[in-house]
Design a protein around this ligand. Sequence first.
Ligand code: PLP
Ligand code: ZN
Length: 417
Amino acid sequence: MPPESLTCKECHTVYPLDASYVCERCFGPLEVTYASRADVEAAELRRRIQAGPHSIWRYRDFLPLTSPPPRDTLPAGWTPLLRADRLAERLGLREVWIKNDAANPTHSFKDRVVAVALARAKELGYHTIACASTGNLANAVAAHAAAAGLDSYVFIPSDLEEQKILATGVYGTTIVAVRGNYDDVNRLCTEVSGEREWAFVNINFRPYYAEGSKTIAYEIAEQLGWQVPDRIVGPIASGSQFTKIARGFEEWIEVGLLAGAVPTMNGAQAEGCSPVATAFAAGQDVCRPVKPDTIAKSLAIGNPADGPYALDLARRTGGGIDAVTDEEIKAGIRLLAETTGIFTETAGGVTTAVLAKLAERGDIDPGERVVAIITGEGLKTLDAVRGTFETVEIEPSYDAFEASVEARPAPAQPVAA
Ligand SMILES: *Cc1c(COP(=O)(O)O)cnc(C)c1O
Ligand SMILES: [Zn+2]
């Protein structure tokens, strides 16, 4: 099912499949559209998927490449979907699953979108890839460029977590640290992309990049035995991933790979950067840009490109968009770690905290099957857990050990099943 064209999301003007991203008529965003799959049997599609590799490329019939995927790529995707019974119990829910996208090559879901954008950039003959990043995208671009033997430039806000900068520079990329926030970085990169023959994965290659997030939905459906979950809770920065997960389910329902409806979609933001949650609460269709101030730096986009589409999606699926404080984010990180053994970064803390808030508020029917999208790794944002627990330091003697253990408060008791 080859990709057919780029189409304006607003006025539906059709463009060729090149490195463009904005409609010349109405300035709407462009999206990849595909040739009809109506004449292919669902059983045949399913057979092709199941015969594919354990990576996003098993879904190549739904991805925007015109030739086979390149060989020298890091294998993104096919991350675990884990049933989180202890987390569910703590929240008073019956069935909660964690899609753990920290288990990607550079430990965030960005490997999916970069793998797709880079493959398309190679098809179009680009030699240099670049990005405007809130952190994880820089990690992924640097690593995937190294694997493919391409040059790369990554633009980041200069106040990023040191762990993310170190985990990027190691790949031999050029890091440009911009004194400003992500929205300043993005504006600069838009200007640079007009001057250089570079593939900016999330600017002039954004239509291809965005398609990579659909693979999260495909994997969840396949891992649940070709079923749609009732509800998805996932983070929103630009809103690209959030909207494309729903698109993934929608496409598979259309071709008959899945039965049912798109899940109820709940978006998660940090209060310190919550333009979409604010617009949702106010009943508005567009987001008013904000100046980010939150520990969830990977979600710190003050002017989200896909905000209006995220709002529409949450409303038409009966979901919502909520925001949580930095303290709630830290508690979310701890809750997930303590109940599932998964240590996530601040963005995952946002998602877990919003899941907890929905459960507390009674918004989730206890019988629902809920999937939380955990998008990144805790080791990249270690500062967020500093001071949230104590260590016991003692002299190396048994007496000292016993005295210290006696003196400690009893650990929290697990909830009875
Ligand atoms: C980039 C990112 C997101 C969200 O990205 P969108 O711009 O909304 O697609 C979520 N979590 C993490 C860890 C990220 O790095
Ligand atoms: Zn248009």
